[in-house]
Each structure stands twice: as C-alpha cells, then as structure tokens.
Write a protein that binds this ligand. Structure first.
Ligand code: TRP
Length: 333
C-alpha cells in the first residue's frame, strides 16, 4: 500500500521500438488502469533486463528514451504514474543479488523463456539470462506490488516471484507483499502478420511481421496488405483461420467494437478490402500517439525533468524495501 492505495507495477524491456502488439496487449491496458485513482502505478523501462542480450550502446540509449516517450504519448501521465528507468534505481540490482541467494538453480532451469532465449542466442548464454526472472522478482517485490499486469508469456516469471517472496517471508517474516498477476480482460494477443500462429514481436527479423508504433501510414498500409491470410476467401472468426482472426482481433482492439459487430461490418468483404479497413483503423489510432511523441521528442528539458523526478520517487519506495531486506538478512545498515 502507498498512501492507502494498492500498488501495481509493470514494465517492458528497452529493446527496439515497441509494436502494435505491445500496445494493444499491454500499454493500452496500463493506460486504462492508471485512470483508477485507487491504484498507485509504477512502470519501468527495464534496461537492466535488456542487456541479457547483446545491445548496441547507442541504440539501447535511444530505445530506452523512445520507450519512455511512447509510454507518455500513449497516455500514461508521468506526473501521476511513476515511470522510471530500472538502471536509475540501484536497489533493483542489489535486491536481485540478494534474491539470487534464495533461488534454486532447478527453479531457473525450468523457465521456458530461458530455454527459448538460449536456443535463440546460443552464442551468448550468459548467467544474466539465466537469472533474468530473479531480477524481475526484485522489480516487483521492491515496490510491494499487489498487482502485476503481464502477458501469458510472463506468468511463469510471476509465479517464481511469488515463490521467492513466500520463501523469503517464510524465513524472515512478512517482508514482501505477494503479488498477483493481472491478465487484462481486454488485453488482446496480437499475432505476427507474417506467421499468425506466432506472437507479434519487436525482435522478429522480418519487418513485415510487426507494426511498430512509429510506423507511418504508408508503411502500416503496406504491411497489412502483405499480411498472411489463407486461401479460403471468406471472412470468419475461427482458430482454423489464424490470419483472418488476427486481423479481426486487431480491428476490435483498435476500434473497441465486438467481434460480432466486426463480422457484421465485414460481411461479404474480400480479404483485400478487409486489410485496408484494418490498416486505416490502426493508422488512425496511432496518429494522435505519434503526434504527441513528436512533441515530446522536441521537449528535451521536460523529458529530462520527468526522468529525474520519477527516478527519485522510485528510489524512495525501492530503498524502503531494500533497507528492510538488508536488516533482515543481517547486514549492518
Ligand atoms: N520480462 C518482462 C517482459 O519481457 C519485462 C519486465 C521486467 C517486467 N521486469 C518486470 C514486467 C516486472 C512486469 C514486471 O515482458
């Protein structure tokens, strides 16, 4: 609890420019949740997590700042929500170290994301990648978060966070709030435009597979035009037609209408026209966000102030927990 409010924390890694999938699946929900005045929200830009995969320094710096501005441009008010860079709050790395000593190799070995990522980056299976979930546990537990909105792919990490917190509390008493997952009811799972059985990902090598939040209208229209569908030639919402289903999901998430309403609207339409409709809707939705982003990128002083103030605020709450932890484990403080 902070000032009588429940606490929510979430975050994204600062690798690449986030996609329409990140926006519709997560960021848009965060914005809706942050309107709730009974919740104190923290949103991290998880740059420490980003370096578990090799990054170009200049790119990483640029991407992290871009992500912060995208959070704000999408509607997260940085005066009300605490939006911060993970690396600006040293408590994250400190608590992660401590929690490493309360986490078992066997637990980390079971993590499916570690298996996937080490297969993908076979030349750089570093121990940071292995203990990635422990750092994530530190992110969450430092702020005594009650709720953590995450996608399905992060549920296993949240489970392990709960396990670590319970273990620690079992030894030292009530130190950490046990966080609950929060899978948004409207959080659409957006799939790749090139392989609709795979999640849309910003790290996809095929640029046509995902829509970046900063793509211009022509690019968006072109990518939708190339979207993989099927050869049936009719529009229906079914798991057997993942390409069409994905286009409908995107349309519904962007416009706020139901699948039924969308199917009515698309009745008798060909795939080409469907794609145009979806492209138009997405581009239209992103225009105000991109305009705000442009304004923000021209206001360096404002962004610098936000970064500084929010880092201080985050550190204040994080250090409170960290001090408690250090005392419990027996450090001189
Ligand atoms: N691992 C998350 C992802 O890749 C990002 C993340 C890092 C996160 N720390 C977190 C999400 C804490 C929620 C809470 O999506």
């Amino acid at each position: 609890m902070i000032d009588g409010k429940k606490v929510m924390l979430s975050g994204m890694q600062s690798t690449g420019i986030i996609t329409l999938g990140n926006y519709l699946g997560a960021l848009k929900n965060w914005v809706d949740l942050s309107d709730d005045d009974s919740i104190k929200c923290f949103y991290g830009i998880m740059d420490l997590h980003s370096i578990t995969v090799r990054q170009d320094p200049a790119e990483l710096r640029k991407n992290a700042r871009t992500l912060l501005m995208l959070y704000i441009a999408a509607g997260l008010d940085p005066e009300k929500n605490c939006i911060f860079f993970q690396s600006h709050v040293p408590a994250h790395a400190e608590l992660a170290w401590i929690l490493n000593c309360y986490t078992y190799m066997g637990e980390m070995n079971r993590m499916t994301q570690f298996k996937d990522k080490s297969a993908k980056h076979a030349d750089n299976i570093n121990t940071g990648l292995f203990t990635y979930p422990v750092l994530m546990a530190a992110d969450i537990l430092l702020y005594q978060a009650d709720y953590v909105p995450v996608g399905k792919d992060q549920m296993q990490h949240l489970e392990i966070t709960r396990d670590i917190a319970n273990r620690f509390n079992g030894i030292y008493g009530d130190v950490f709030t046990i966080p609950e997952g929060y899978v948004g009811q409207t959080g659409a799972k957006i799939m790749s435009l090139q392989d609709p059985t795979k999640k849309m990902s910003k790290s996809d090598e095929n640029p046509n597979a995902s829509i970046s939040l900063l793509d211009d209208k022509d690019t968006i229209m072109r990518k939708f035009k190339k979207a993989v569908t099927d050869s049936d030639g009719f529009i229906a919402y079914s798991d057997d037609k993942p390409g069409i289903k994905n286009l409908i999901d995107i349309y519904c998430a962007v416009t706020g209408i139901t699948v039924e309403e969308a199917l009515n609207e698309f009745d008798g339409m060909g795939y080409g026209v469907l794609k145009e409709h979806v492209g138009e809707a997405v581009a239209g939705k992103l225009v105000p966000l991109q305009e705000r982003f442009k304004e923000l990128s021209q206001d360096k002083a404002y962004i610098d102030r936000i970064i500084k103030e929010n880092a201080e605020q985050a550190a204040y709450y994080a250090n409170k927990t960290l001090r408690k932890v250090k005392k419990k484990v027996g450090f001189i403080i």
